[in-house]
Design a protein around this ligand. Sequence first.
Ligand code: UDX
Length: 419
Amino acid sequence: MAELGHEVLGVETDPDKRDQLVAGKVPFFEPDLQELLTTHVESGRLRFTDDYAEAAAFGDVHFICVGTPQVAEGMGADLSQVYSAVEPLAPHLTRPTLVVGKSTVPVGTAPALAARLAELAPVGADAELAWNPEFLREGFAVEDTLRPDRLVFGVTSEAAEQTLREVFATALAADTPVVVTDFATAELVKVSANAFLATKISFINAVAEVCEVTGADIVDLADSLGHDDRIGRKFLNAGVGFGGGCLPKDIRAFVHRAGELGAEGAMSLLSQVDDINQGRREHAVQVATSMLDGSLAGARIAVWGAAFKPQTDDVRDSPALWIAGQLHLRGAQVSVYDPKATQTARRRFPTLRYAADAVSCAQDADLLLHLTAWPEFAEVDPAVLRDVVRRPLLLDGGNSLDFDAWRGAGWTVRGLGRR
Ligand code: UDX
C-alpha cells in the first residue's frame, strides 16, 4: 500500500515482530519484500504501532489481514484473530470508516462481523465493513499485490465501493478486472479459488497413481493435457501433494462449512481432495522405504527441501518436512537441507539433522529425496554427487529434476507417477 502511494500504519501486536518491522526488517523470507520495506520505512510512508487508538485516529480505511488457521480440535477455521483485531479497534472509531476484511473466512462471517463492528463503534453503522479477499501466493507476494490478476469487492454500499476504487486506483488504471459483489460471494471466491487449485493438484495426483501401476508417465500426460487451453498446464504437477498455510486448511474449512450448510456435494468432493493429498505423503514414505529394500532402520536418508514449496521459508503443513519427520520416526537417520527454511524447520522439528548445503546433506546417504524444487538443487552435478553418497538412489518427489542426466550419471531414479 505504501508502494502504491498511501500513508500506512501497520498494527502488529507481537512485540518481537513489531520491533523488527520498526527496524525495517522483514521477520520472514519473501522475495523483494525486504527492499520495499526498507524503502518505505525510510521514506516514513510506512510505520508500525501496537496502539489501536492511534490506528483509529490515523486511518480512513483499515485492512484486517490476520490469519484464520485451522481450529485445534476439528476442521473449521479459527476466527479468533479476526475478532481480536476488530474488537479493540471498533471502540475508537469516532468518524466514518471503512474496515476491509482480507482474511480467508467461512462464508457467512462478514455479516456477523459487520454487526459487531457497528455495535462497538461510537460512529455506529458508519463504521462499515467490506470484503476484499487476498489471492497472493507466497514467493510472489509482492508481485501479486502490486499487480493483482483481479480485484473482488464485497460491499453493501456504493460509498464502500467508491472508497475501494480509490484505494486500488493504480491497479484499476492498469485495467485490472474488478468484480463488485455481495459479502457471501466475496468470501466464497477465495475459498473456491483455493479449493479449485487443490482439486486440480489432487486430480493429477490421482492419475499419477494410475500411471504408476500401468507404466505411463505423468509428466508427458500433464504436458499433453496442458495443451488444451480449457485445462491449462498450471497446477498439474504431480508429486508429494500440496501443503502450506492456505490450501490444506482452507479446503478443510470449506468441507466443515459445507457440512454445516448441508452442501453434501462440496463436502464429499473436497474431502476426497484432502484424502488424496494426504495419501501422497504416505505414498512417498512407502516408495522411499521400498527403494531401501523395505528397511529404514539405520538407513541414512538425505532430504533436499523443507519448505512447503520453493521461494519461501514457510514450513506450515509442508509435505517435505512431514516426509522427513516420518522417515526419522520410522528409524532412518535423516539429514535435511533447505536454502531458506532451515530455521523454521528446526523450530518445528528440532530432532532432525540440518545440513549447511545440498552436497554435505547427501554425504554418505543411502537415499536422496528431492522434495522441494528449489532451483539450486537442479544445478547440482549428479556425477559429482555420485561420489559423495553411499548408494546412488534418488526419489524425486516433485518430478522436476532431469531424470536422464541423473540416470546417465549412474543413479537409480524414481519419481511419483513417472517412468
Ligand atoms: C495459495 C494460492 O495459490 C493463493 O492464490 C492463495 O492466496 C494462498 O494459497 P500458496 O499457499 O502460496 O498460495 O501456494 P501455491 O503456489 O498455491 O502452492 C500450494 C501447494 O501446492 C504447494 O505445496 C505446491 O508445491 C503445491 N503444488 C502446486 C503442487 O503440488 N502441484 C502444482 O502443480 C502446483
